[in-house]
Design a protein around this ligand. Structure first.
Ligand code: GAL
Ligand code: ZN
Length: 668
């Protein structure tokens, strides 16, 4: 089926069978054509070890298929049933401080436990055997949100698997001691058996050990996914397989995972109480598109697998989406490369832990705001069929690397930093100016970009460092922030002045860090004021670098404090390109000015005419204009074009209603 897919998680086993016909009728009414089934159904699929008891699922799939509704079929392995836990209590995961978690919720498994893996592979294999040829099954959904609730396990089984992983990586225990800096705090090992996961210790666990354990843990979960995927492939070789990522979720290295997914999918739950929920969800969309891109085919469309139609149930206060917000954020996903828009879940549950989570079909039934929005969106997505399969092109990239994230947010650093907050700070001005960005791995090809932004890329490999230099040498513009390029892949400091691999590129060296306490502000002034007048009223937050300028131009300097007069922001020519350096986190307006300068130098259009709260993004031939405002806004569209959503000719002047969306194509 072509076009943009629409639907949600469907849990028919939670309802009497007499409800199913109504579900399917309402799905058809809403334009739903893809549902995810079976994700948490293990205890109903295998009430006891052995055979599948899947008559109910046969009937559901047949009925969905007959109605032309495709199924993303879960392998059902995300919540082990009580009989499995009773037979194999060792599959229950253990926390960093040694507590074994109880069953009774979900996702209570140790990824390294052989009994869990065997049972999961067995179930996935039986599911594939039974449903491989089923006409309704369009995609397979392995596990669910790997790492959610239990990102890592510290049990003895995991410890043994960690040792095996380390042995494969380092060969000799001496090499491990070298890589982990064993001479510090008397940590040299004499044999593999002495090595433990980084469990709660009197104080900071060895940072290189923590980093390796994060790598290992992401890999163990990936191994669980791969084992189930193999079991499916035995039965259904060409069936597309996915599992749902969680956007900026720290524990899974999605760049390593994405290649193993035929379809990359994501769950996106921005907090409607956040004034910038749309910015957070835009980042999630762009990240998902980016990890899909890395795996070979540029512009591979992705799936928004889950979102809330209104409220979730798992925050302290669960604010529902505002009227129109479900639609605006769904269309944002399409605009940023999504080819399917699904929600959790189809019918709001009556029982269990998620009964106050919104559903597409709420407790109140069809006489409800949510249902009206759900049917409206179905119609809208139908009209966007021409957009399906088309690509989103980004001229700018923010470098992102899970390994660096793990290392950056480890303890015992000059200052705590939160990567997602920093990414958001650097993403914001680009988003507001209509500049589409990818999140690129430092070692990926950068040649398609004009601007590369490097926010706090604390850890960088030699190859990644050279990749950034080459990009600038070849004519690209680079903007690097503080605390980037500090350590190598073993978490060992690169010496001689920071950031060692990029000193020449930047024309400076950082001699010392002088982080700022929370809330502290230091005034900045423009020495060489840029095109956009940077300087007046500028301030730095979070961090200060003590910079020795070695050839760079000083763009901003500290106007007060110990570093008064010294460089805070610099610019330097390098090869055919140039590099900006930010030794502090400038206030929003200043960062926007700097980003505008960098885009200007890079030849990227940086629009200043987009009203705040309005998003502009191009996908293929379609320019999406999305208002995230709860009041009307006047726009100058620059000319006339056709709106795919209404077929009207609009522009040059237009008024967009609250959370209104335009999908503009050339007039025909
Ligand atoms: C996700 C999960 C879904 C559902 C949803 C609620 O984490 O995959 O099964 O629990 O959250 O927001
Ligand atoms: Zn374990």
């Amino acid at each position: 089926m072509s076009g943009i897919r629409y639907g949600g998680d469907y849990n028919p086993e939670q309802w009497p069978e007499s409800t199913w016909a109504q579900d399917i009728r309402l799905m058809t009414e809403a334009g739903v054509n893809l549902v995810t089934v079976g994700v948490f159904s293990w205890s109903r699929l295998q009430p006891a070890p052995g055979e599948l008891t899947a008559g109910w699922l046969d009937r559901v799939l047949d009925q969905l298929g007959a109605a032309g509704i495709g199924v993303d079929l879960g392998t059902g392995t995300a919540s082990p049933p009580p009989w499995l836990v009773t037979a194999h209590p060792e599959i229950l995961p253990v926390t960093v401080d040694g507590r074994r978690l109880a069953p009774g919720a979900r996702q209570h498994y140790c990824p390294s436990a052989p009994a869990f893996r065997a049972a999961a592979v067995d179930l996935a294999g039986r599911m594939a055997e039974r449903y491989a040829g089923h006409p309704a099954v369009t995609m397979w959904h392995v596990g669910n949100e790997y790492g959610c609730h239990v990102p890592a396990c510290y049990c003895e089984l995991s410890a043994a698997a960690f040792r095996d992983w380390l042995r494969a990586r380092y060969g000799e225990v001496g090499a491990l001691n070298e890589a982990w800096g064993g001479a510090v705090w008397s940590q040299d090992y004499t044999g593999w058996d002495e090595v433990q996961p980084p469990r709660t210790a009197p104080t900071y666990a060895n940072p290189a050990q923590q980093l390796d354990f994060a790598r290992f843990s992401s890999g163990e979960l990936l191994a669980c996914y791969l084992a189930e995927r193999e079991a499916i492939a035995v039965q259904a070789q060409h069936a597309p397989v996915t599992t749902n990522f969680m956007g900026f979720f720290r524990s899974l290295d999605q760049f390593r995972w994405a290649d193993e997914l035929d379809v990359v999918s994501v769950d996106s739950y921005p907090d409607p109480a956040d004034q910038e929920a749309h910015l957070q969800s835009a980042m999630t969309c762009d990240l998902t598109r980016s990890v899909a891109r890395l795996s070979g085919s540029p512009g591979r469309p992705w799936v928004l697998m889950e979102q809330a139609p209104a409220a979730v149930n798992w925050r302290a206060v669960n604010v529902p989406k505002a009227p129109g917000q479900y639609r605006a954020l769904s269309l944002q996903a399409v605009a940023r490369g999504g080819d399917a828009v699904l929600s959790f879940q189809w019918r709001a549950a009556a029982a269990g832990a998620e009964k106050f989570h919104s559903g597409m079909l709420p407790h109140a039934g069809t006489a409800s705001r949510v249902w009206r929005e759900v049917t409206r969106l179905g119609a809208d997505l139908g009209r966007l069929a021409p957009v399906a399969g088309t690509a989103v092109r980004a001229e700018a990239a923010l470098l992102h690397d899970w390994e660096s994230w793990w290392a950056l947010e480890a303890d015992s650093h000059p200052r705590q930093l939160h990567l997602v907050e920093l990414l958001r700070a650097f993403y914001r001005p680009l988003f507001e100016a209509g500049v589409t960005v990818d999140f690129a791995h430092p070692e990926s090809s950068l040649s398609g970009y004009r601007l590369v932004v490097v926010p706090a890329l604390y850890l960088v490999s030699d190859a990644g460092a050279e990749n950034v230099r080459r990009f600038a040498r070849d004519g690209g513009t680079v903007l690097i922030s503080f605390f980037s390029g500090i350590v190598d892949t073993c978490e060992r400091v690169r010496l001689g002045g920071y950031p060692a691999p990029w000193r020449e590129l930047l024309g400076l060296r950082v001699e010392e860090f002088a982080p700022l306490p929370d809330g502290a502000v230091v005034r900045l002034e423009g020495v060489a004021v840029g095109e956009s007048g940077t300087g007046a009223g500028s301030a730095g937050h979070v961090w200060q670098d003590v910079i020795d300028v070695l050839g760079a131009d000083q763009v901003l300097s500290y106007a007060e404090g110990h570093l008064v007069g010294r460089a805070a922001v610099t610019r330097h020519s390098y090869g055919r390109g140039e590099a900006f350096y930010l030794g502090t986190l400038p206030d929003r307006a200043t960062l926007r000015d700097l980003m505008a300068q960098a885009c200007g130098r890079a030849g990227i259009e940086f629009r200043t005419d987009i009203p705040p709260g309005v998003e502009v993004v191009r996908r293929g031939d379609c320019l999406f204009v999305i208002s995230h405002l709860d009041h009307p806004v006047e726009l100058d569209l620059g000319g006339k074009s056709r709106d795919l959503l209404t077929s009207d000719i609009v522009g040059p002047a237009a008024v967009l209603g609250p959370r209104g969306v335009l999908a503009l194509t050339a007039r025909d």
